[in-house]
Ligand binder design. Structure first.
Ligand code: ATP
Ligand code: MG
Length: 556
């Protein structure tokens, strides 16, 4: 457990690359990350990013960022900007290799013409429903389209007229002429081009025919000199088509498509369509809601790029689909934050304590270590005074067995401060505890007693007068089911995934905290400053609690 992972750890993709380099098939490694700009990136994309950019880094090659923008969509611009920001934030750089599939529209058109001229593509006037019906099933072969044997001349003419806008949406398509009886349904004369009279964010109204993914992807890879085109397992059946198209029209070296298992994570969904639904239905506050599995959401939640990269290294790359435990992601985060997050004291649900033998008006500054894991983080001075806040659940009027915190007559240690003993409990008319009175032992400054007596509990606190008010947002899984895809998504939403505490109190040092800065609230968990924070109102997100269920699983 917790063994550092060698980023060069072998996997089946690295084995393929090693062989290709050894045999001289390739002298360099060129990969690509090809997102469709129709949503924000999520943790599954991070796996693909770490894999593709990681291979390029480790083999001294390069990785392209290519927007797969063959499908004209509205908010593309916002999505493209977010994707670039997220890849950079994860620590990767495409240098000058930023591409768009739409850059290749003219070349792709020429490749289609070449296919037609070879008698390997035809314009088909069957409707969408008819095409589906003619396709057959896994057990039945398909039937040939009545338009399948049009002459090359007729097809060239029709395809040109498709481009010129002479046909309406859906009136006809360009199809590859492969094999309607193929056992692989993908190979039954797949559609290569369809008509959409829609303007495209980058090419405007220049085109009204748009190439399909299967046609675009392999050729974009080839045009860019990609050596290893890594994609997820759903594309395994498309590999013969990927190779068929290149074989028919592309003269240079052919990239190799390699499939790996996509990341699935418990208690969350990864499909952009479903994530968009959460945003649109207002189930979350936006793509960067800290409960979202998006990179933007994880960043706002307080994740570090290092923790996400470590997670991607640990889950590795395999050929079989599986579901990764969300607790592993949190474990990687805790390991990282434990090293780098400064400690501070914060009281989430305050209970006032009056130290009756401490002089009124007196303030003293006590030294506290910022990070026991990192001496270079230094120390700070925290104000101590007669009135402090402690956590409500650090006091019990009638303590159960095994409760070692504050209770009537009990002595506990205040972290970095003194021993205090509870002498009195003050209640309102309704019987609610509103204040606790204690005495302190001035001899125990710094937390040790000169007579050697011990206390069982140490609790955190802040000064009433000096602490700052804060809002603290506590998060839980967005879904109640390990696999939220079972049944209706909205019925699986966890109604308690967000709890907002408005009366929290934090150390005065938080005045200087910057958005997204991360801290460990001692004994409570890791938190980060939410960008909603303003000069007058501090807002914190709970990044992750301290308890580590993954470490427990590993030990047992
Ligand atoms: P979605 O189904 O959420 O729309 P997608 O696969 O259509 O996802 P793309 O933008 O096309 O999203 O994905 C870009 C790249 O990221 C692809 O190479 C894809 O294989 C990879 N990818 C997407 N989801 C995952 C995942 N869960 N695990 C690993 N890689 C993924
Ligand atoms: Mg896709």
């Amino acid at each position: 457990m917790n063994k550092p992972v060698d980023p060069n750890v072998s996997n089946f993709i690295r084995n393929i690359i090693d062989e290709d380099l050894a045999s001289g098939k390739h002298t360099t490694v060129v990969t690509r990350f090809p997102p469709e700009p129709n949503g924000y990136l999520h943790i599954g994309h991070a796996k693909s990013i770490c894999l593709n950019f990681g291979l390029a880094r480790d083999y001294g090659g390069r990785c392209h960022l290519r927007f797969d923008d063959t499908n004209p969509v509205k908010e593309e611009e916002e999505y493209m900007e977010s994707i670039k920001e997220d890849v950079r934030w994860l620590g990767f750089d495409w240098g000058e290799h930023l591409y768009h599939a739409s850059d290749y529209f003219e070349q792709l058109y020429e490749f289609a013409v070449k296919l037609i001229k070879k008698g390997k593509a035809y314009v088909c006037h069957l409707s969408q429903d008819e095409i589906r019906e003619y396709r057959g099933t896994l057990t039945e072969p398909g039937r040939e389209s009545p338009y399948r044997n049009r002459s090359v001349e007729e097809n060239l003419d029709l395809f040109e007229r498709m481009r010129k806008g002479e046909f309406a949406d859906g009136e006809c398509v360009l199809r590859a002429k492969i094999d309607m009886a193929s056992p692989n349904v993908v190979m039954r004369d797949p559609i290569l081009y369809r008509i959409r009279h829609v303007s495209h964010p980058r090419t405007g109204d220049r085109w009204c025919i748009y190439p399909m993914y299967d046609f675009t992807h392999c050729l974009s890879d080839a045009l860019e000199g990609i050596t290893h085109s890594i994609c997820t397992l759903e594309f395994e059946n498309n590999r013969p088509l990927y190779e068929w198209i290149l074989e028919e029209v592309f003269d240079g070296p052919h990239p190799q498509q390699i499939e790996f298992a996509r990341l699935n994570l418990s208690y969350t969904v990864m499909s952009k369509r479903k994530l968009l639904r959460l945003v649109e239905e207002g189930i979350v506050s936006g793509w960067d809601d800290p409960r979202m599995p998006t990179i933007a959401g994880l960043r706002r939640r307080g994740f570090t790029p290092e923790a996400i990269r470590d997670f991607c290294d640990r889950i590795g790359v395999a050929k079989a689909n599986s579901v990764v435990d969300y607790a592993l992601l949190e474990h990687c985060l805790r390991e990282d934050l434990n090293q780098r997050a400064e400690r501070t004291m914060a009281v989430l649900r305050p209970l006032k304590v009056v130290i009756t033998n401490y002089p009124e008006g007196q303030v003293e500054y006590l030294e506290a270590v910022n990070n026991p894991q990192d001496p270079s983080a230094g120390t700070r001075q925290i104000p101590f005074a007669r009135e402090i806040y402690i956590e409500q659940d650090d006091f019990a009027e009638d303590p159960p067995k095994g409760f070692f915190r504050l209770a009537p007559g009990r002595e506990v240690r205040l972290r970095f401060a003194y021993f205090i003993t509870c002498t009195d409990v003050i209640k309102d008319e309704a019987g609610n505890i509103i204040e606790v009175h204690c005495t302190y032992d001035p001899e125990t400054k710094g937390g040790t007693a000169p007579d050697g007596r011990k206390v069982k509990g140490t609790i955190h606190w802040v000064s009433v007068e000096h602490s700052l008010p804060a809002e603290v947002r506590l998060y839980d899984h967005l879904f109640t089911k390990e696999d939220p895809n079972e049944g209706d998504l909205s019925e699986n939403v966890n109604p308690n995934s967000l709890e907002v505490l408005t009366d929290a109190r934090v150390e005065p040092r938080m005045q200087a905290a910057k958005p997204l800065e991360r801290f460990q609230f001692e004994r409570v968990g890791y938190f980060c400053v939410d960008p909603d924070t303003t000069a007058g109102r501090l807002v914190f997100n709970r990044t992750v609690p301290l308890r580590d269920s993954w470490a427990k699983i590993q030990k047992s």
